[in-house]
Ligand binder design. Sequence first.
Ligand code: ATP
Ligand code: MG
Length: 559
Amino acid sequence: MDDQLIEATPSNFIRNIISADLSAGRNRSIVTRFPPEPNGYLHIGHAKSICLNFGLARDYAGCCHLRFDDTNPAKEEVEYEESIKRDVAWLGFDWGEHLYYASDYYEKFYECAEALISAGKAYVDSQSAEEMRQRRGTLTEPGVASPYRDRSSAESLDLFRRMRAGEFADGTHILRARIDMAAPNINLRDPALYRIKKTEHHRTGAAWCIYPMYDFAHPISDALEGVTHSICTLEFEDHRPLYDWVIDNLTLPARPRQYEFARLNLTYTVMSKRKLLELVSDGHVAGWDDPRLPTLSGLRRRGYPPAAVRTFCERIGVGRNDNWIDMSVLEDCVREELNDTAPRVMAVLRPLKVVIENYPEGEVEAMEVANHPANPDFGVRTVPFGREIYIEQEDFAEEPPKGFFRLAPGKEVRLRNAYFITCTAVVRDPASGAIVELRCSYDPASRGGSSPDGRKVKGTIHWVSARDSVTAEVRLYDRLFSVPQPGVGKEVDYLQQLNPHSVEILRDCRCEPGLAAADPSLRYQFERQGYFCLDAASAAGLPVFNRIATLRDSWSKSG
Ligand code: ATP
Ligand code: MG
């Protein structure tokens, strides 16, 4: 056990349980599992579960299984399995040799079902779904026994075998546990264990036409794999007595225990698989990896560092109260990580041309610039400076409001890492009247951006050389929804709450020349603009950048 790691991770009630189990000798080592159903892409909520389960295994020197919970043949696809593996690995976790499929246990599930029938603990019911529903009872009224409840074991066994052999149509028979139709917990009122479903499975093909229910397959899978702590979200709390019933009434190689924690809800997004699927398939976003989605493939494409996602999962903690976490908590984790790890570069998103009239025509200077303001290990680079440059349109105001310290007619500003310039004239398009160019002069004595005579220049702006810069497309992403809790409330349609400005595409940005060969594995800070990474849509000669996050404060205000 690595004490240092345990100390580094904040404690939570599950850690306390595991520590107690280990020190009391109830377990010699721990086994956890992450059991996704391969019917969708993983999202940030799953990341919470992944970090918890794999994190526990790491910190307690145990192991964590990746198990595809593929017991529902209709909805599962190989594409999803591949994406899930990619996403878990991206988050930084390694299941090693412990990759499992619930569908590999079908024969075992079947044996368990027969064992329950033989022991008088399960029976084949032949009511319709509607009849079963009517007899289930309510929270205040007990259920009513099925007329088939007293079927002999022999008769149920015969029917169950014929169910497997494919003799019956979907919905005609079902295997139920014989527990208690009057149990206050409805999950214990003779729950279904197996149903007929004449659907091929993506791994077992047509081998089966009966499939186990989640509440039956899950505890058995856990026990077969020697899972010690089976951790799931709170909505399964009421299922725990059934989980225990299944384990206690079968002869299995291990005795796992289920623990529940609160699922992650994050503001300004949705995490239901149904809604994510709808957003993707109805074209509200550009695919499962759309950078605005909370899917892990979306976050990856957006440029979120996996370390930031892990930090987020630790920071929000693991508890038993459902709550909403503000999106800004996640965004802050991303900024903190990128502030330390992203090299700085200059890019002008909405260019305005500036001609420096007293700068020699044709001359190019290589300005030496630090790649990180606080970390000299990032080294330095040179950025070409010349007579014509671009600055940000919003860094100029013809009639500057109070407190505007950037460029204005007759005003002086510092070009980051270059010179002081003063605006001498404004050039307009004669037809539209729009400002198309500024004329400026520079002070040659201010090279590097330091004041030659102690005179104060408050504003500092970024720039790129007009000649020696590259054109780029920049995609500015914002939150996908404009309300904190999309879809919450009576008669609310979450699709009506999509943020119409969740992406803005700028096609005529100018970057310093080094970004022509931007490193796809790096995230950059575009000074004063935010953090950006190269998008997969980049083509030779036209880089495309995604905005990962904005800067909390731009250095123009502080420096
Ligand atoms: P469904 O079961 O409705 O298809 P699901 O989101 O529960 O959807 P699973 O593939 O079953 O999807 O989830 C795998 C694991 O991830 C489960 O253990 C589940 O509890 C956990 N999980 C899912 N959503 C969240 C969430 N928002 N926060 C924390 N854990 C989650
Ligand atoms: Mg689930």
